[in-house]
Design a protein around this ligand. Structure first.
Ligand SMILES: [Zn+2]
Length: 277
């Protein structure tokens, strides 16, 4: 059983403020350590449950937050950007189970540090008429590669909004949101223990039940993506791309041949948005 762990920071226990997610200050240095240790708990749990190979993908910001020194030496770390598969880079090595650790609620919700891919650029993202956050966007990509999203962790708002999308997956709730930057958290150690035991159980159950997804690429399904962006200036910029159509001042649409193409398009637009920062 091969497992890919995608690790973000906003859903990690103890993280509530944007300062904790940005490089260049002491609070971030503490938060990236908690992020690394939550990812490590998922790695250890996966191996305890019977995983044979584990990759951990750094899925936050510039994709270089994890501290490899603190990670279980049996896992390989996927770092740096740009990269084609973004938060799911590592799927190409043949993972059949995906864990999303430290994830957060989608943009315009009441979850802690809620956003979708790029809070400066995107207010709302829909795939085929259904609003999606990062778990929905990247879950579609994982499924296209024949992998199954089996374990997710983050705050209660994230768990509640994401559970219907992955009805058979396990969720670990690391904290309860009371606002964008406030709430009540488990201790980092408590969250790690919950992640470790959930990861062990999930891998064990998949092996015992013979439910090992094949990790062969499914036939790509087209994605009709509707995007609400944060300003009309961003819409002006994004519509320089010839295949985007403008629906109104801040709403755009594009068609993609697959989830992978949709993800790559969103990441290109996110990169373009830095021109207007
Ligand atoms: Zn993040």
């Amino acid at each position: 059983m091969k497992v890919l762990i995608s690790a973000d920071i906003e859903g990690v226990a103890g993280v509530f403020h944007p300062e904790q997610t940005r490089a260049g200050n002491g609070e971030y240095e503490a938060a990236r350590r908690w992020m690394t240790l939550e990812a490590n708990a998922a790695i250890e749990g996966a191996f305890d449950g019977g995983a044979t190979e584990v990759w951990v993908n750094d899925s936050h910001g510039g994709f270089r937050n994890l501290l490899p020194d603190l990670l279980d030496a049996r896992a390989e770390v996927v770092l740096g950007k740009p990269r084609t598969l973004g938060m799911m880079a590592g799927l190409e090595y043949g993972a059949s189970l995906v864990f999303m650790i430290g994830y957060h609620a989608m943009s315009q919700t009441r979850g802690v540090l809620a956003h979708t891919i790029n809070s400066f650029a995107f207010a709302r993202v829909s795939f085929n008429g259904v609003e999606v956050g990062e778990a929905g966007v990247y879950g579609a990509l994982a499924e296209e590669y024949g992998a199954r999203v089996a374990l997710l962790s983050g705050d209660d708002v994230f768990a509640e909004e994401t559970a219907p999308r992955f009805p058979h997956a396990r969720f670990v709730v690391t904290k309860r949101a009371s606002g964008q930057t406030s709430g009540a958290t488990q201790s980092p150690a408590g969250a790690r223990e919950a992640i470790r035991s959930a990861a062990r159980e999930v891998v064990r159950q998949h092996i015992a039940g013979g439910h090992v997804p094949h990790a062969t690429r499914a036939e790509a399904k087209p994605v009709d993506c509707e995007l609400r962006v944060q300003t009309s200036a961003l819409a002006d910029l994004f519509c320089q791309w010839p295949t985007l159509t403008r629906v109104d001042a801040v709403t755009l649409r594009f068609g993609a041949a697959s989830a992978e193409h949709a993800v790559r398009m969103l990441n290109c637009l996110s990169a373009m948005s830095f021109m207007l920062r």
